[in-house]
Design a binder for this molecule. Structure first.
Ligand SMILES: N[C@@H](CCC(=O)N[C@@H](CS)C(=O)NCC(=O)O)C(=O)O
Length: 204
């Protein structure tokens, strides 16, 4: 029997969307549980490490969004054909997660008075540092992050772009044509496209 999955996260894209992309790509059935910011404090103490997202798999609860993506990626043949390819894919996804964490720190965990300076550093230094390297990697790999074929790192970028662009209040991929083309390719995979068309609306 197919495992029973329940994914719990805020009603945002944020750290939940990469997992939802994997589930959509694999056409995997799951319960998409969305917790409001008001409800969350009541649930926090009973969650693993007081953080979301987490997934329940046949009654067992597991945290860490990127690990959960990788778990599904392995089942969907998106995690590499051998150990070295898997390492390249994992390193790419973890680097995207690093960028997301830095942007998240600025937006969610900074004092208002510090935000303008932090934003300036992000826009002028941090984001270009990451995206220019990603751009070259995709250019060198025939339109994908690793070895010219789709992997979960590609889905991971695509699933993060709207959230990060919402935080930065501009499309973070402007000026990076290879990354834009990659995201468009991923978002046009029929099962991903169907998910994008039916998913609940959210700003972040
Ligand atoms: N490394 C973890 C980070 C989890 C995390 O920071 N979750 C944030 C949401 S974006 C959270 O639950 N914040 C609520 C809180 O701190 O109460 C992952 O990728 O799953």
């Amino acid at each position: 029997m197919a495992p029973k999955y329940k994914l719990t996260y805020f009603n945002t894209r944020g750290l939940g969307e990469p997992i939802r992309y994997m589930l959509a790509y694999g056409d995997i059935d799951y319960e998409d549980i969305r917790i409001s910011f008001e409800e969350w404090p009541k649930l926090k103490a009973d969650s693993p490490y007081g953080l979301m997202p987490f997934i329940e798999i046949n009654g067992k609860v597991i945290n860490q969004s990127t690990s959960i993506c990788r778990y599904f990626a392995k089942q969907l043949d998106l995690a590499g054909k051998d150990e070295f390819e898997a390492l390249q894919i994992d390193a790419t996804a973890d680097t995207i997660a690093d960028l997301r964490h830095t942007i998240g720190d600025y937006w969610w965990r900074s004092e208002e008075k510090d935000k303008p300076k932090k934003r300036e550093i992000l826009v002028n230094e941090t984001i270009p540092k990451y995206l220019s390297r990603f751009e070259k990697q995709v250019q060198d790999n025939n339109g994908y992050f690793v070895n010219g074929k789709l992997s979960y790192a590609d889905l991971y970028l695509a699933a993060n772009v709207e959230y990060l662009s919402a935080v930065m209040k501009s499309n973070i991929l402007d000026g990076y044509p290879n990354l834009k083309a990659l995201v468009e390719k991923v978002d046009n995979i029929p099962k991903i496209k169907a998910w994008i068309n039916k998913r609940p609306q959210s700003y972040y």
